[in-house]
Design a binder for this molecule. Structure first.
Ligand code: ATP
Ligand code: MG
Length: 259
């Protein structure tokens, strides 16, 4: 069965897009069939997959508005060996245009039904907001991956997100589960980061992935070449960390946990 995962955190710059792109490439390199969905008008996941967002005529925007199918809009990330449902600035208008459309929260879920069996994993990169686009991601997903930096305010934002997930589960998507919390840009020499990481494990136990993503310059450089880090520097710590995350997911694929 296809695993559909929303990678989300309303806090900006925590590593959502970096995680989506590099996890997609890492899963694809193990032979998994992967679709990456870019739900952010910034189009960073699209560009990071080697697809020029400015040249696109059809994007996820057209899919959400029911003007095109996923099969018509998807592109292949040749370098990453996965498919991409791309985004660009057009998507910024979707929120307003969807206001009067019936079932506006489940547009993505409905559109994905036709292609679900083409993929083992569908990874959805959400924008840094709890808006209608993110809601579409949460309604289409079966699980949520939450990337977070171990900083002072991280835990505060997390409770808002967990509450939103609970509300979505109660009202729109009863199967939604938290897949896990991912510590990103981690620096073990930073005492505060270590303390926040300990608190996370106390509160969320098994839901915190064992794999930790370190701060690694190669991860920050790779998007400027339009490639996942795996194809920028195979031996880098960033590459190794995302390959480890992919194998952690594949090994525990059977048992997500509740919020
Ligand atoms: P937004 O909320 O704007 O969508 P995001 O949560 O998707 O942001 P990213 O774009 O993945 O976050 O990362 C933010 C910045 O941090 C980017 O410049 C990225 O290259 C860099 N970055 C992400 N993860 C790492 C890491 N592990 N090591 C070093 N730099 C990183
Ligand atoms: Mg992003």
């Amino acid at each position: 069965m296809t695993k559909i995962m929303a990678i989300t955190n309303q806090k900006g710059g925590v590593g959502k897009t970096t995680t989506t792109v590099n996890l997609a490439a890492s899963l694809a390199t193990t032979g998994q069939r992967v679709l990456l969905i870019d739900l952010d008008p910034q189009g960073n996941a699209t560009m990071g997959s080697g697809i020029e967002k400015r040249d696109l005529e059809i994007t996820v925007y057209h899919v959400l508005l029911g003007k095109k199918t996923v099969a018509e809009a998807r592109k292949s990330s040749e370098v990453g060996k996965y498919d991409v449902l791309p985004a660009n600035r057009d998507l910024a208008g979707a929120e307003v245009e969807l206001v009067d459309v019936p079932h506006r929260e489940t547009r993505l879920r409905d559109a994905l039904q036709a292609v679900g069996s083409d993929y083992d994993y569908i990874l959805i990169d959400c924008p840094p907001a709890l808006n209608l686009l993110t809601l579409n991601g949460l309604c289409a997903a079966k699980t949520v991956m939450i990337p977070m930096q171990c900083e002072y305010y991280a835990l505060e934002g997390l409770s808002d997100l967990v509450n939103t997930i609970r509300k979505v589960r109660a009202n729109l998507n009863p199967v939604l589960e938290i897949e896990g919390l991912l510590r990103t840009m981690f620096d073990p020499r930073n005492t505060l980061a270590q303390q926040v990481s300990d608190q996370l494990q106390e509160h969320f136990g098994d839901k915190v992935y064992r794999t930790v993503i370190p701060r690694n310059i190669r991860l920050a450089e790779a998007p400027s070449y339009g490639v996942p880090v795996l194809y920028h520097d195979k031996l880098s710590k960033g590459t190794q960390a995302y390959l480890a995350l992919a194998s952690e997911l594949l090994n525990t694929a059977a048992k997500p946990v509740s919020a």
